[in-house]
Design a protein. Sequence first.
Length: 241
Amino acid sequence: MLHNKKSFTKGVLLLGSFAVVFVLILTPIFKTDRGVAENGLSYADDLFNKLSKGSSYFIPEVREKIAPIQGAAVDVTIKPKKAELAGAMIALGAKAGLTLTEKAPGELTVKGDLPALLAAAIEDADSMYKNDGAAVQSRRGMNEKEAMTAWWEMLNAMIKPLQKQKLIKEAQGVDLVMRKAIEPAFNFYGIPAQRVLDKAGVLTGLLVFYVVYTLWYGFAIFELFDGVGLSMKKAKAKEEV
C-alpha cells in the first residue's frame, strides 16, 4: 500500500522525533532566573514578558512630552465607566492638589492644575513599573492596583470633555500618560524587566528553534504524504482548439 517506503519511513521518524521534543517542551525542566523549573512554553512566555517590559519604560519620554502643558488649569465634568471608583478618584485628586466633587451619581467635576494631576499619576506609574507597589499604597492610602485603575478610569473619562473645550494639547497629554505610563506599569506589575541585549543569545536560540521546529513538522507531513502516494502537482495547461 506504500507508494514510497523510504519517504514514509523518513516521515514517521521525523514525526516521532517531533512528538518526543514536544513532550520535552511540556515537561518542567527549564529553570528560570528565579530557580523555578517550568515547561518550555511557560519559560518562553516568562522570558518574553520580561523583555517586553524592558522595552516599555516610557516615563522619561512622557514627562518630557507633557512639559508644554505646564500651568494648564482644568474644569471639566467626567463620567467614569466605573462609578464605584469615585471615592478613590476623589482621594487621588485631593492628594494631587485638585478638587474632585461628585456632581451627580456617576458624575464628577475635576478642577485644578492638570499637570499636577498628571505628575502624580506618572509618579505612581513609575513606582508600579519598578514593582514598588508599597510606595503607591503609602502615598495614596489604598491598594496599588485600585489606585492605578482609578487613575486610568479618571484620565480616560477626561479626554472627551477636554476635547470639547478645545483643549487638544491637554487631552493629548492625558492620553499619553494613560497609554505610555499607566498601562505598561499596570500590565507589567510584578514582572522583572530585562533588556534584549542581556538575553540576546537565548532569544536568538528560541527564534531559530521555532523556525526549525516548524519546518521539522512540515517536512514530516510532506514525507508521510509522499510515502502513501499523495502529492501536489501543477495542473497542465489546457490547449485551446
